[in-house]
Design a protein around this ligand. Structure first.
Ligand SMILES: *[C@@H]1O[C@H](CO)[C@@H](O)[C@H](O)[C@H]1NC(C)=O
Ligand SMILES: *[C@@H]1O[C@H](CO)[C@@H](O)[C@H](O)[C@H]1NC(C)=O
Ligand SMILES: *[C@@H]1O[C@H](CO)[C@@H](O)[C@H](O)[C@H]1NC(C)=O
Ligand SMILES: *[C@@H]1O[C@H](CO)[C@@H](O)[C@H](O)[C@H]1NC(C)=O
Ligand SMILES: *[C@@H]1O[C@H](CO)[C@@H](O)[C@H](O)[C@H]1NC(C)=O
Ligand SMILES: *[C@@H]1O[C@H](CO)[C@@H](O)[C@H](O)[C@H]1NC(C)=O
Ligand SMILES: *[C@@H]1O[C@H](CO)[C@@H](O)[C@H](O)[C@H]1NC(C)=O
Ligand SMILES: *[C@@H]1O[C@H](CO)[C@@H](O)[C@H](O)[C@H]1NC(C)=O
Ligand SMILES: *[C@@H]1O[C@H](CO)[C@@H](O)[C@H](O)[C@H]1NC(C)=O
Ligand SMILES: *[C@@H]1O[C@H](CO)[C@@H](O)[C@H](O)[C@H]1NC(C)=O
Ligand SMILES: *[C@@H]1O[C@H](CO)[C@@H](O)[C@H](O)[C@H]1NC(C)=O
Ligand SMILES: *[C@@H]1O[C@H](CO)[C@@H](O)[C@H](O)[C@H]1NC(C)=O
Length: 342
């Protein structure tokens, strides 16, 4: 009788996540990962999946600290490491490959230096963010093998070189956030294949060539941000097919003048920026029907004529910028002469 109760007690302990602990191989891997990153406050006297003693801490402003695990009755596996705004000054850990179930690595806003480890190409990562570090070098071609990758955020680092054409084969890639780096070269034609994209941002880079026609294939796109990217205009007419866009921003396009892009179908837009895009001709009246708009920035183009009378519907727009054009006539009554309008 007593033995039976003992067995049931042990079974109960093991059947709750409280009983399961991280497999030892992964504890060792975390030791190495901590060393590479310069993460010194992980306390290996307690189980890394316990959420205690430095393994998961309450969020505070930008600061986040969380190792997450997935457990069955007996063992746990690491599935996520989130270490944001922690002043980490090491390098990206190639030892991540020793965590075979990891899906998320988020090292946003640290002082990490060095390059992207090619070894990550053999992981099943879903989310990668190294936003705001001191990383440099090219994107290793091996990253095109991370077939699970959905979110890829390299913003605000010193990455350079052309984008590897192989990235076009990533089958579920949704968010490409590459702004504020030193990427150069043309956008590879293979990116036409990325039909799963919802968010594409490449501002503040040194790309060359024209904005490619193939962006029209990204029919799930909601956000497209190409400001001071180095690319040249005009904005391809296929933009009219991207009716899911809620946020579209272009600026500083070199290249020949062009008419206003054909965006009459893009009625979901909340933010529309076409600043310094060498756009000629008149303001299209249909913008008056864009009742979701909150930001409309058409400044520094060569727009001529009057602000159409029926733009009155845009009186709810929070931010309107028309300055630096060749518009004539008085501004409509409903546009205040100061405040958020220019
Ligand atoms: C690590 O955790 C153990 C067990 O809770 C605790 O006794 C020890 O003080 C901790 N070490 C540090 C450096 O916080
Ligand atoms: C850590 O992440 C998990 C999964 O996202 C979440 O459930 C948990 O609340 C987080 N813990 C902290 C302390 O933020
Ligand atoms: C838990 O997972 C491990 C390895 O991932 C496996 O060997 C074990 O059989 C699993 N246990 C249960 C009760 O599912
Ligand atoms: C990072 O460094 C800054 C400046 O020294 C300090 O104020 C901040 O508390 C540090 N953050 C962490 C998480 O250690
Ligand atoms: C990846 O990031 C997105 C948002 O950026 C979030 O919705 C999603 O839950 C994350 N996935 C994983 C596996 O962490
Ligand atoms: C990276 O950090 C290490 C250690 O702090 C330092 O020795 C090295 O010079 C740094 N490299 C760059 C490119 O900043
Ligand atoms: C990608 O994975 C395939 C299959 O595992 C392998 O043959 C190929 O060499 C890998 N490519 C790179 C660049 O690592
Ligand atoms: C792109 O940048 C790399 C590294 O910074 C440089 O070697 C290369 O010449 C540049 N290519 C172009 C087309 O500007
Ligand atoms: C395009 O995507 C499909 C499906 O994701 C993939 O099978 C194919 O290899 C990709 N083609 C190129 C040129 O990357
Ligand atoms: C892009 O779309 C065009 C038609 O809009 C199609 O002919 C082409 O095959 C597509 N390219 C890819 C790589 O999906
Ligand atoms: C704008 O277009 C005109 C006419 O095509 C051209 O002469 C001019 O150089 C362009 N401006 C810029 C900044 O590219
Ligand atoms: C404004 O006029 C244009 C034609 O110039 C028309 O397409 C649009 O529907 C009108 N919008 C409103 C709000 O009347």
């Amino acid at each position: 009788m007593q033995v039976q109760w003992f067995v049931i007690l042990i079974w109960y302990l093991l059947s709750t996540t409280g009983g399961a602990t991280l497999v030892l191989d992964e504890v060792d891997a975390l030791r190495e990962i901590g060393k590479s990153l310069g993460k010194t406050d992980w306390n290996f006297s307690v189980d890394p999946c316990s959420g205690e003693q430095g393994w998961a801490t309450t969020k505070l402003d930008n600061f986040e600290n969380n190792v997450t695990c997935k457990c069955n009755a007996t063992v746990c596996r690491v599935i996520g490491i989130v270490l944001k705004a922690q002043n980490l000054s090491g390098v990206l850990p190639r030892e991540l490959v020793k965590l075979p179930f990891i899906q998320t690595i988020d090292l946003t806003r640290n002082y990490l230096n060095g390059t992207l480890p090619p070894e990550w190409g053999s992981t099943k990562l879903v989310n990668i963010s190294v936003l705001g570090n001191r990383l440099y070098g090219q994107i290793p071609v091996e990253f095109a093998n991370i077939s699970t990758l959905e979110d890829f955020n390299l913003e605000s680092n010193y990455f350079s070189g052309p984008l590897p054409p192989e990235l076009g084969s990533l089958p579920v890639l949704k968010r490409v956030l590459f702004s504020s780096n030193n990427f150069n070269g043309t956008l590879p034609q293979t990116l036409a294949n990325l039909s799963t994209l919802t968010d594409f941002r490449i501002s503040d880079n040194n790309f060359i060539g024209k904005i490619p026609d193939f962006i029209q294939n990204w029919t799930k796109l909601q956000k497209l941000v190409i400001q001071a990217s180095g690319l040249e205009g005009p904005i391809p007419s296929g933009i009219s097919l991207l009716t899911g866009l809620t946020d579209m921003r272009f600026s500083d396009l070199k290249g020949p003048g062009s008419a206003f892009p054909p965006i009459s179908n893009l009625k979901s837009l909340k933010i529309l920026t076409l600043r310094s895009c060498n756009i000629t001709g008149e303001l299209p009246g249909y913008l008056g029907d864009f009742t979701n708009l909150n930001v409309l920035d058409l400044s520094f183009n060569k727009l001529i004529g009057k602000v159409p009378y029926n733009f009155t519907r845009l009186s709810q727009v929070g931010f309107l910028y028309f300055s630096g054009n060749l518009l004539t006539g008085n501004l409509p009554e409903w546009m205040p002469k100061n405040g958020n309008y220019g």
